[in-house]
Design a protein around this ligand. Sequence first.
Ligand code: GRF
Length: 237
Amino acid sequence: MPVPSHHVTRLVVMASGTGSNLQAILDACAGGELDAEVVAVVSDKDNAYALKRAADAGVPSVHVGRHAGEDRADYDARLADIVSGFAPDLIVLAGWMRILTNAFLGWFPNEVINLHPALPGELPGTRAVERAWHEALAGERTRTGVMVHRVPDEGVDDGPVLASVEVPINLDDTFESLQARIHATEHRLLVEAIRGLVTPSDPDTPSDPDTPPPAESPADSPGDNDELPDDTKATST
Ligand code: GRF
């Protein structure tokens, strides 16, 4: 009887910046903690340190910058074409700082996940850690957190939650100490969330039975305003 070949989950990681979360994924794959392989790293920034991390790990990387005059739908369609060329099973947004429209998401239903440094429903948009810290200073909160969620549509840091964890804000925290704790938490939670998707708990059942319905097919996306003000960016810090 033929033995079914083992499929190693193919990850494409999309990152705009430092890529410490990318590094956590690369390390988990290399260490056998994740039964997955990063098959490509994609960045919208040519100077993203994430690209250097990919090169150091021997992983193909590609910078996909937006062309002058290119609208969001065209950029996202071009991006989707490039990403699909790597045949991903899962696309991980790890500090990807552009809003993705359905011109991209529609090609990858149930395959895109995002990391956000806040609890579900809280602090969507960029600078979430900084805003949490300021709210704590003002006596308005004592904790924040980290979540990993699916990206079914253009919602800002919103979508079915795969994993989340609270992070306390201590009285003696500086912004830097809080950020360091958040980052350490992110590195762990992101790997855990990916593991939950690539490792079926029961070999006879899919690993993620609660997956939401697929996103709609690629459609014209609204406007060309993806470089939004800090507080309104999707899938971001
Ligand atoms: C992380 O805080 C992540 O939550 C956010 O952007 C940051 C990226 O950090 N979306 P890094 O580039 O992985 O170090």
